[in-house]
Design a protein around this ligand. Structure first.
Ligand code: DOR
Length: 442
């Protein structure tokens, strides 16, 4: 075996993750993990600490591949008062994420090679990998296809007009055809504008009682059904963003059983909050798709449990107080998600931790094309030679979500004051400990 104390030219420290239980796509085992120069050097029980190594204590903890978020709004360029790549990826690392997919609804939208390259350059010093999602249509306006091939040439693997769905079925059909040729995935925000109107919360008993314009469940479901039909006809791959209704989940369940290449994600707020949370008109509970009644929450949970939904994705949507504190009907939709996703999944879902990690790490990594089978370093097995993107989770730790613990530039978390079980203790990104004992290191 090589002398593990040999100095290397690489400036990154040698790191020993000691005393934990490794959980990855290959299974579960007790092991220490030694990291040098950005890669896992050894995975063995009872390793001796090499001279000068940084030790990350993992007693009673789970050591897993870093989490991968398919749905993050980093707001840069254009909305830096709400978030930046620096603050958003710091929040990501505190939440155990070593990669995030940056949504293209920035200002201007990420709809060209130049715009994508700009974000990629800004992200070189970030605390997590930033995979850019490109827009499907120019300016996300739903009229003309964006130059997807130019963006794909820069490594973009997911395309979406998120914030809006592609309204025209004809355009969506052409986009699927184009995407299939490029080998990329389209990610749809399922919302039919003609049904959604100006709805500000789920259309149902609560919206009637509160007198808030409703956004019906069927606005989501018709687009899910339409895009399944289009994908069946055209081929290609579609990923459904933030599914929120039981009927949407059932449509995906059936499509998968018929062999249509669909994947789906759900956001933590759609399995942990209901539309009744908005009873006090607090805009922190305004989100799109909206919070739904308990029967839909149960449908989303069932979809996560039986594998219909492939990923938990945060839809981290920071908004500055100036905007988010407007009256309910005027405030923008969206809530923070990166720092609470793992804890909400372990607190709210009755699933084994390995299944939660599949939903938060290796399955989204594969959907985003960030896993080792696609040449990436995310979500893969923790073995000698693999990229050192890891998180260490204390499944039994309780913590209370407080404003001071949030790294985001914004404060719009609906979970402030809530005590959750399960906490990210350390995060290692490209071999560097970016979070130690729940404190950001950069
Ligand atoms: O609540 C949401 N906020 N849903 C979206 O689709 C967009 C997002 C945002 O960008 O704020």
């Amino acid at each position: 075996m090589a002398d593990r104390s040999l100095p290397t030219a690489d400036p990154r420290p040698t790191v020993l993750v000691r005393g934990g239980t490794v959980v990855d796509p290959t299974g579960t085992r007790r092991a220490d993990v030694l990291i040098t120069a950005g890669r896992v050097a050894a995975v063995e029980e009872g390793m001796t600490k090499p001279r000068g190594a940084v030790v990350l204590e993992a007693d009673g903890c789970v050591v897993a591949p870093g989490l991968v978020d398919l749905h993050t709004h980093l707001r840069q360029p254009g909305r830096e008062e709400s978030e930046t790549i620096e603050t958003g990826t710091r929040a990501a690392s505190l939440g155990g994420f070593t990669a995030v997919v940056a949504m293209p609804n920035t200002e201007p939208a990420l709809d060209s090679a130049e715009a994508v390259r700009n974000v990629q350059e800004l992200a070189t010093t970030a605390s997590a990998e930033v995979a850019v999602a490109g827009a499907i249509t120019v300016g996300r306006a739903g009229e003309r296809l964006a130059p997807m091939s130019e963006m794909a040439a820069l490594g973009v693997r997911l395309f979406t007009d998120d914030g809006a769905g592609v309204q025209s079925a004809g355009l969506m059909r052409r986009a699927l055809d184009y995407a299939r040729g490029l080998g990329v995935t389209l990610a749809q925000h399922c919302e039919d504008g003609s049904l959604a109107g100006h709805g500000a919360m789920h259309e149902g008993a609560w919206s009637s009682r509160l007198g808030v314009p409703g956004l019906p469940a069927v606005a989501e479901e018709v687009m899910v059904a339409r895009d399944i039909a289009l994908t069946r006809a055209v081929g290609g791959r579609i990923h459904f963003l933030h599914l929120s209704t039981a009927a949407s989940v059932e449509l995906v369940r059936r499509a998968k059983s018929e062999g249509v290449a669909v994947t789906a994600e759900a956001a933590p707020h759609h399995f942990s909050l209901t539309d009744g949370c908005a009873s006090g008109y607090d805009p922190v509970f305004k989100v799109n798709p909206p919070l739904r009644p308990q029967c839909d929450v149960d449908g989303v949970k069932a979809g996560l449990a039986d594998g219909t939904i492939d990923a938990i994705a945060t839809d981290h949507a920071p908004h500055s107080p100036e905007l988010k504190d407007l009256p309910f009907d005027q405030a923008p939709p969206g809530m923070l998600g990166l720092q609470t996703a793992l804890s909400l999944a372990t607190t709210e879902l009755d699933l084994p931790l390995a299944q939660v990690l599949a939903l938060l790490s290796w399955q989204p990594a594969a959907i985003g094309g960030l896993d080792p089978s696609n040449g990436g370093g995310q979500g893969g097995p923790i073995t000698a030679g693999s990229a050192a993107n890891l998180c260490v989770i204390d499944p039994g730790a309780n913590w209370t979500v407080e404003p001071a613990s949030l790294a985001s530039r914004s404060r719009n978390s609906p979970y402030l004051g809530r005590t959750l079980t399960g906490r990210v203790r350390h995060t290692v990104f490209r071999g560097e400990p970016v979070v130690i004992d729940a404190e950001a290191q950069r």
